[in-house]
Design a protein around this ligand. Structure first.
Ligand code: CP
Ligand code: NVA
Length: 301
């Protein structure tokens, strides 16, 4: 049994296979082919934070693969009334075939996985968002081919999305320039793990010069609402705009996991720029996660 808590849980070969499989499943879906390998399989979806893309892509993905998904929130389960994560893991994993969790502390998904009898998928923690990276890499590959040897610039907060980009640089073998304001740098441990592929910078202009992909995310993540005002001040030089993208390679792509705040981390017009592939990126959450669900549930079949 395998879990998917970070991109490091799978080998580079497995991750590249998942990307190719996501592209195939997308084509099959567009052709209207019925493919239901997960008939009678059930996904439990625990959401302790809000979601549009993740919830809908997992739920639609399970339905398309012939299975079923159950939405569980702390507001109406015993998780919200203090039932221990370990007990919830033991009970739920006797009833469903696979579980995805969106929560705050990364340790919560690790504790759940340690007591689960079925595969567990990290659907975002304060520290990682690996499912989003499957969609991002799929999107890059579809538009430009392999990402190996390319250079990516990450602009903004060094938290969950940035950490998963660092893991991706290591696993998919690309260079990553990270420009963050002081005090918002990513985990030094993860940077060191990725070797000399990752360079920490301060200046967004320096970070994007000549790169193949620019990515960013909100300045205040879920759970950081109280820091919104202070972060707006600290991040104000880190907005990604058309002018900033002009410094990158002429074939550069722009990505954002969404939801985006126009006028904050992205200029008002950036999502509509021809270099932006954010809607394909959002759609690919569906196809990439279908490949992941199939991989985790069908490997022994
Ligand atoms: N990108 C992403 O995870 O979006 P949601 O918060 O809408 O799921
Ligand atoms: N960094 C953001 C990502 C949302 C998909 C957050 O954690 O809120």
């Amino acid at each position: 049994m395998r879990h998917f808590l970070t991109l490091l849980d799978h080998s580079p070969e497995e991750l590249n296979w998942l990307i190719q499989r996501a592209i195939e499943l997308k084509q099959m879906h567009k052709r209207g082919e019925l493919y239901e390998p997960l008939r009678n399989r059930v996904l439990g979806m625990i959401f302790e934070k809000s979601s549009t893309r993740t919830r809908v892509s997992f739920e639609a993905g399970m339905a398309q693969l012939g299975g079923h998904a159950i939405f569980l929130s702390p507001r109406d389960t015993q998780l919200g009334r203090g039932e221990p994560v370990e007990d919830s893991a033991r009970v739920l994993s006797r009833m469903v075939d696979i579980v995805m969790i969106r929560t705050f502390e990364h340790e919560t998904v690790e504790r759940f996985a340690a007591f689960s009898e079925v595969p567990v998928i990290n659907a975002l923690t304060d520290d990682f968002h690996p499912c989003q990276l499957l969609a991002d890499i799929q999107t890059y590959v579809e538009h430009r081919g392999s990402i190996q040897g390319k250079t990516v610039a990450w602009i903004g907060d060094g938290n969950n999305m940035c950490h998963s980009y660092i893991n991706a640089a290591q696993q998919f073998d690309f260079k990553l320039n990270i420009a963050t304001p002081e005090g918002f740098e990513p985990s030094q441990f993860l940077v060191d793990e990725a070797g000399d592929r990752v360079t920490l910078m301060r200046d967004p202009k320096e970070a994007v010069r000549g790169v193949d992909l620019v990515a960013t995310d909100v300045w205040a993540s879920m759970g950081q609402e109280d820091e919104q005002e202070q972060r707006l001040r600290k991040f104000r030089d880190y907005q990604v705009s058309r002018e900033l993208l002009d410094l990158a390679d002429k074939d550069v792509l722009f990505m954002h996991c969404l939801p985006a705040h126009r006028g904050e981390e992205v200029s008002e017009d950036l999502l509509d720029d021809p270099r932006s592939v954010v809607w394909d990126e959002a759609e690919n959450r569906l196809h990439a996660q279908k490949a992941l669900l199939e991989f985790l549930l069908c490997q022994e079949d």
